[in-house]
Ligand binder design. Structure first.
Ligand code: ZN
Length: 72
């Protein structure tokens, strides 16, 4: 008769908490990048044009419509 293998003690590694002070600068950076992306999708070459031409508008055109921002 075969015996079941003895259970091996397995302890998954514990997740180490990341201090808020280490996350905060990255969270601020991510927020700024997201705000910049949102500006280009929602406003640039629409209501306001900081850049000449229509390159940015054409690049983000589908995203603008997808997110419901007025376009044309
Ligand atoms: Zn459009």
């Amino acid at each position: 008769m075969a015996q079941a293998a003895a259970p091996t003690p397995f302890a998954p590694p514990l997740a180490q908490p990341i201090p808020l002070r280490e996350i905060a600068p990255w969270a601020v950076l991510a927020g700024l990048v997201l705000l910049l992306a949102m500006y280009f999708v929602s406003t640039e070459q629409g209501a306001i044009a900081l850049l000449d031409g229509t390159g940015v508008h054409e690049f983000v055109h589908d995203a603008r419509h997808l997110l419901g921002f007025p376009c044309h």
